[in-house]
Design a protein around this ligand. Structure first.
Ligand code: NAD
Length: 561
């Protein structure tokens, strides 16, 4: 039976056996018993279902993991078919997933990836919001953010380290290293935005976060990311009280509230935003609409479109007003400047992007977000694996971060941890973790990273904004990164369009390797976690960053002259 034919059978089988969406949305299987034919396939299955665990996903029933409409699978039937294909996938086969749909199971070999995923890729001239939506409406593609379609989301924690590093860098650059006594205004308490208050308060400051959807704000309060949820007056009073709560959620629309605060002369030291402006017609809520009304609105309705773009430009106009009033203002990677600029507010780009302003020096050293998921579901595995990571990379900052995360970061879905590691660290950590699994003291682990790594993303208004050599929009790097990781045999490799900033505005790739303690895992880990960060160093060395050139020389990365 041909691969494509078998995949059709998977769909049919999933429908016939009555596999319902409910059965698949109970989170990932736990324990050490395999449902699949090997730990790589099992790892992919558990990470996919973990993405859709109702405790992890923003809207599991809609298959939305995070970031507006970032999905893990195209439809419930497609999800069931992917699960069925993973359950029967052999150790010498590869499942091919096209924008959230299983399209073939092909014979490969044990060292090849078990799954290859490409999401939302559209020929560049068709890669605009309206053309994409038409393809989506025709059932031909889906939007997958980064780790939603790449099956490696770990909840709000995933962005926490990054957000924490950013606010620390803001404190360093403008306020002598601390946000003590400083007040931060931002918006959006979604999957990513939820981490902002934590990062601000850990840096000594206090945050007022505008959120249009009361249920999202309540969710963050329940999860302890927010201390108080209130309307305009109560929230503002609590925020302005120096002894008040650290993170206050103000229920309202940012396009109303930010201009109002500016107009009333309320001072903030730092102003940013994490509303889903990357998807203006699908996720950003315009003024005058509730979140539910916006979700149900017709994206082609000229009144709705006018409300969206009017709100976005007024919102950015107010951010510019705060900048002129002396606040530190930056775009937090949601593409809001580009949206406003495309609708007449050219001054939007006076606001810097957070990567070019604060994160670039970290990327230029080839350092990026490394994460792992404990496939057994046992929190004790997380503790043991964290101990190993702290032993291998003994820096004070890593130890401080892990201790803080242990104490403050609630687990969502399978136990997972993120930290920032570079070349020479990731392979040592990966091999040590495989040894830990081999020793029998820890269940299998899935090791990987977000797509926002030095080489693995081209996003000219975010990760690659204002590159030293002007290579902001050059997207060969994420494609090369995906090819390299597939060649080195990562367990699964994903490539996508539009993560973070919207379709047509970024290309990115990610990978995961399952550490099950085997020799084969050791080979894969040794290869992938050496060359993946080495390509990051090469990307920044090619762009002329001295930090990257120094790293390349220090680690013997062969960069032809
Ligand atoms: P999300 O869709 O999970 O949450 C967005 C939140 O904003 C929701 O709670 C929504 O109700 C709220 N919202 C929408 N319109 C609003 C408005 N006008 N006023 C106030 N609140 C509004 O998205 P997310 O995963 O939290 O991501 C937020 C944005 O940040 C996205 O654009 C995403 O692409 C971007 N992002 C940034 C980073 C980063 O590193 N900073 C990383 C990934 C994604």
């Amino acid at each position: 039976m041909g691969g494509a034919e078998a995949v059709h059978q998977d769909r049919a089988a999933a429908e016939l056996t009555g596999t319902t969406i409910d059965a698949l949305l109970r989170g990932a299987p736990r324990g050490l018993e395999l449902r699949c034919r090997g730990w790589e396939q099992e790892g992919a299955l558990r990470c996919l279902l973990n993405n859709l665990d109702p405790d992890v996903a923003e809207d599991a029933r809609a298959l939305v993991v995070y970031g507006g409409r970032g999905r893990a699978a195209r439809s419930p039937e497609d999800l069931a078919a992917i699960v069925a294909a993973l359950e029967r996938l052999g150790p010498d086969e590869t499942l091919v997933v096209q924008s959230g749909k299983a399209v073939a199971v092909l014979p490969t070999h044990p060292d090849a990836p078990r799954v290859l995923i490409s999401t939302a890729m559209v020929v560049p001239a068709w890669s605009d919001e309206d053309s994409f939506r038409r393809l989506e409406d025709a059932g031909l593609t889906m939007y997958g953010q980064m780790t939603a379609a790449g099956w490696f989301y770990i909840g709000t924690q995933g962005i926490l380290g990054f957000t924490y590093e950013t606010f620390r860098a803001v404190a360093e650059a403008h306020f002598g290293g601390t946000l003590a006594g400083r007040r931060v205004l931002t918006a959006g308490l979604g999957g990513m935005g939820g981490a902002q208050g934590f990062a601000v308060t850990r840096s000594g400051g206090r945050a007022l976060v505008v959120e249009v959807d009361p249920t999202r704000a309540e969710r963050r309060r329940r999860e302890s990311w927010v201390d108080l949820v209130a309307g305009y007056d109560e929230a503002l009073t609590a925020h302005l009280d120096p002894g008040g709560p650290g993170t206050v959620a103000l229920i309202g629309n940012a396009a109303d509230v930010v201009p109002r605060l500016l107009g009333e002369g309320v001072h903030f030291d730092v102003v940013t935003d994490q509303t889903p402006a990357h998807d203006p017609l699908g996720a950003y809520v315009p003024r005058g609409f509730t979140a539910a009304e916006a979700a149900g609105a017709d994206a082609d309705d000229p009144n709705f479109r006018a409300a969206v773009y009017g709100s976005l430009t007024d919102h950015v106009e107010a951010l510019l007003g705060y900048r002129r009033a002396g606040a530190v203002v930056f775009e937090y990677g949601n593409g809001i400047r580009a949206q406003a600029a495309a609708h007449g507010l050219e001054a939007a780009f006076e606001i810097p992007g957070f990567v070019s302003a604060y994160v670039r020096p970290i990327f230029a050293r080839g350092v990026g977000p490394f994460r792992w998921i404990c496939l057994s579901g046992d929190p004790a595995d997380l503790r043991r694996s964290e101990d190993v990571v702290m032993e291998v990379v003994g820096t004070d900052s890593l130890r401080a971060w892990i201790e803080l995360a242990r104490e403050r970061v609630p687990l969502q879905g399978l136990p997972a941890r993120i930290c920032w590691l570079g070349l020479g660290e990731r392979d040592r950590v990966a091999l040590a973790l495989n040894e830990l699994v081999r020793s029998g003291r820890c269940g299998p682990l899935a090791l990987g990273r977000d797509h926002m790594d030095p080489a693995s993303v081209a996003s000219p208004t975010r990760e690659t904004e204002a590159m030293r050599d002007g290579s902001d929009a050059v997207a060969d790097w994420p494609v090369l990164s995906a090819l390299l990781n597939a060649a080195q045999g990562a367990s699964w490799v994903a490539i996508g369009n539009g993560g973070g900033v919207g379709v047509g505005r970024s290309i990115h790739s990610g990978m995961v390797v399952v550490a099950d303690g085997s020799e084969s895992a050791e080979r894969k880990l040794r290869r992938v976690f050496r060359t993946d960060p080495a390509l990051g160093v090469a990307r920044y060395a090619d762009a002329g960053y001295p930090e990257a050139l120094a790293e390349a020389a220090r680690h013997g990365v062969d960069i032809p002259p």
